[in-house]
Design a protein around this ligand. Structure first.
Ligand code: BT5
Length: 244
């Protein structure tokens, strides 16, 4: 495992994709600044200063696509919650993989798959975590209530130590996770889940659906009860949790 640190880059995910051939399995690309960070569906990941975490795991597990690869974002969200707990916090997960502190978003995870025909060339698993943000810059993210680790614990966070802990914890159970899939982290994931039994609205590629978030399957899918029908959602985005 190797960490490659860049002073500034458009996006660590772009860098990893553009240099994929030359990068070996389990390389980490970390940037101190990111000028064009992105999330899912072309959304932006905003750089809130140089002491935050922006990195991508370059993973080249095999040329076939295993089901567990599509749950790596959920695996990483559990790993991140465990690291945040060491700072005395109570993190939660909003399906599928947003990590929140007191309902405020502190991190984002983005997985991108590089295929050549039917052959898997690699998986790029990007993560951004707000570690040290000036209070006045929090409002730079206008469409969401967000937070940063330093604001939650009232002290500066050491970027290097945080990175080391996150990366070490990620690789602790990574090989086991690839072999066994979501079911080995399901209980941990459920312990962090903040949406079960709530009324939720989920944006999917086929439109918005709503219902009660009833459960999570052994594959990490969300089961939504909607007029007595069960909808099983494999991708999407909870954007509203309607608490009574
Ligand atoms: C994500 O997308 O949350 C995944 C973000 C992944 C960022 C990392 S940074 C390293 C690597 N390189 C990249 O280019 N990307 C990855 P999504 O679920 O689509 O959420 C995006 C939304 O998060 C935005 O629309 C904003 O509402 C919010 N957001 C943007 N910047 C944020 C920040 N710094 N902190 C908290 N929320 C933010």
């Amino acid at each position: 495992m190797q960490i490659l640190t860049l002073k500034e880059v458009d996006s660590t995910n772009f860098y990893a994709k553009n240099n994929l051939e030359a990068l070996s399995d389990k390389t980490i690309i970390q940037a101190l600044r990111q000028t064009f960070g992105h999330g899912r569906f072309s959304r932006k990941w905003i750089d809130l200063g140089g002491e935050n975490l922006y990195l991508s795991f370059v993973l080249k597990p095999s040329t076939d696509f295993l089901e567990s690869y599509s749950n790596l974002t959920q695996y990483l969200s559990v790993v991140l919650c465990e690291v945040l707990e060491n700072y005395g916090l109570k993190p939660s997960i909003k399906w599928p993989n947003d990590v929140l502190i007191n309902d405020k978003k502190i991190a984002g995870i983005l997985s991108e798959t590089v295929m050549q025909g039917t052959e898997l060339k690699g998986l790029i698993l990007g993560i951004g975590v707000n570690l040290n943000v000036d209070k006045k810059d929090i409002k730079k993210v206008t469409d969401k209530v967000i937070t940063a680790l330093n604001l939650e614990i009232n002290e500066k966070v050491d970027l290097q130590n945080f990175t080391k802990d996150l990366v070490a914890k990620f690789f602790e159970k990574y090989d086991e996770f690839l072999l066994n899939g979501f079911r080995i982290i399901k209980q941990d994931y459920l312990n962090y889940a903040n949406f079960l039994n709530e009324n939720v609205k989920v944006e999917t590629i086929n439109g918005t659906v709503s219902g009660i978030a009833a459960s999570i399957t052994d594959c990490g899918e969300l089961v939504l009860k909607n007029n007595e029908k069960d909808l099983v959602l494999t991708s999407g985005d909870i954007f509203i949790i309607e608490r009574e």
